[in-house]
Design a protein around this ligand. Structure first.
Ligand SMILES: [Mg+2]
Length: 429
């Protein structure tokens, strides 16, 4: 009986998988659980196929996550590069054997009950990159085709210290007052052309953060504004802030923790509520829809199991009349390319996507593709993700990982090393 095998000039099987942890410099950006450490840890996944092609993926690099990635990397050789359902099976089996399939946690802010989606994601992206390279088509084509040539991104403002203690002042300087945040936004809007602006909140008392948003609204009329305090506010405060900022925000992101709390806020405001905290996995969709807790879901292929699972999320959002935006963690160019292909091929992803890109000064991807213009990135048109790995940069950032001493994301512990007694601000205000 004939078996369905790719033609001989297509890569058939995975031959080798390499997972490389890297560290890149990051400014002291403040959030509800603390402050960004001096380095961001990421893992670069390279999936080699037996015809010499290499597919790329990128994900988190906390030690527990790295252990799971390594378990999959060991099990994947021999897999068909076009069998994405088979990849999932390999991940389930590898996690069952190596880790008990336990859940995953991210920077102390997010929890999911299963690690399968987060572990599968970078391998799925790498296999799609391989498929695209083999077929001579961009990944957006494999996701159904790009419905937009450029993907709009949002400026991502942070309250921040002037620099990491002991490292001097960084390029951005202090970000504490509304005037300083307006200056930060002005620089990002000037350099990148963003027309959407997001403020990471939950750092100062709500009154201070409201004043910052109002200063941004006055300075950037017509820009789409968002604030995300990561659940730092009570239900009552959230309703109050929503009332005060109803005319200047396009959505309010995670004002208070949990589906129940968000539903109570949603009942009392016309402002759409967005989330990447109470709905971060398929298991959260049903209760969130039942409670009418959120109006916009922030997708994130790193969390939701890759690009095709994120497209599935897009379909579910469409079914239930939910808006769709995109979340970002600090990332390198491999992830930016994947995010751009996904957003380009997701028709109902109509909001500008989040990105930490402006804060990044180092990368593993060769420059040229992924440039920002008018606040957007052109969808790469080359085969696969359409980007090229810089092997020297990868080696240098891996060396930085080895020497930096960080082995996980520890915003709270790092903050406490500087501000003893700091406690995360969950619904404090
Ligand atoms: Mg968020």
């Amino acid at each position: 009986m004939p078996t369905s095998r790719p033609p001989h000039d297509l890569p058939g099987r995975v031959s080798r998988v390499v997972v490389t942890p890297v560290a890149f410099r990051d400014p002291p950006l403040l959030n509800v659980v603390g402050v960004h450490q001096p380095y961001v840890l990421r893992a670069v996944v390279q999936v080699h196929a037996d015809e010499g092609l290499v597919g790329l993926g990128e994900t988190y690099a906390d030690q527990a996550h790295l252990d799971r990635l390594e378990a999959v990397a060991a099990a994947l050789p021999g897999a068909d590069v076009f069998d994405l359902n088979g990849l999932r099976r390999v991940v389930v089996e590898a996690l069952g054997a190596s880790t008990g399939g336990a859940g995953a946690s991210f920077g102390g802010m997010l929890e999911v009950s299963s690690a399968v989606d987060t572990v599968a994601a970078p391998f799925e992206v790498a296999l799609l990159d391989l498929q695209g390279k083999a077929l001579g088509r961009p990944v957006s084509d494999l996701l159904g085709g790009a419905v937009r040539e450029r993907v709009p991104y949002s400026a991502y403002l942070f309250y921040k210290w002037a620099g990491h203690p002991g490292h001097g002042e960084d390029d951005w300087g202090e970000g504490r007052t509304p005037e300083q945040l307006v200056a930060q936004a002005r620089r990002m809007v000037t350099e990148y052309g963003f027309t959407a602006v997001k403020l990471k909140g939950g750092v100062h008392e709500p009154r201070h953060e409201i004043e910052t948003v109002e200063a941004l609204a006055a300075e950037f009329p017509g820009h789409a504004l968002r604030i995300d305090p990561n659940g730092a506010w009570t239900v009552g405060t959230s309703i109050e802030v929503a009332g005060r900022l109803a005319d200047v925000l396009e959505y309010l992101e995670d004002p208070t923790p949990g589906i129940e709390g968000m539903a109570l806020v949603a009942e009392r405001t016309e402002l759409p509520l967005a989330t990447n905290m109470c709905v971060i996995a398929f298991e959260h969709l049903r209760p969130a829809v039942a409670a009418d807790a959120v109006q916009v879901v922030l997708s994130d292929h790193h969390l939701w199991g890759g690009l095709r699972r994120s497209a599935l999320l897009g379909g579910i959002c469409e079914t239930f009349g939910l808006g769709l935006s995109m979340h970002s963690n600090s990332h390198l160019g491999i992830s930016l390319a994947a995010m751009t292909h996904l957003a380009a091929a997701t028709p109902n992803l109509t909001y500008a996507c989040d990105t930490h890109d402006p804060w990044k000064t180092e990368d593993v991807v060769r420059p040229g593709v992924l440039e920002f213009r008018d606040g957007s990135v052109a969808v790469p048109t080359g085969p696969g993700l359409g980007i090229e790995l810089d092997e020297d940069a990868l080696a240098a950032l891996h060396e930085q990982y080895v020497t930096c001493g960080q082995r996980g994301r520890e915003d709270t512990a790092y903050m406490r090393s500087i501000v003893p007694g700091f406690t995360p601000n969950t619904a404090r205000w």
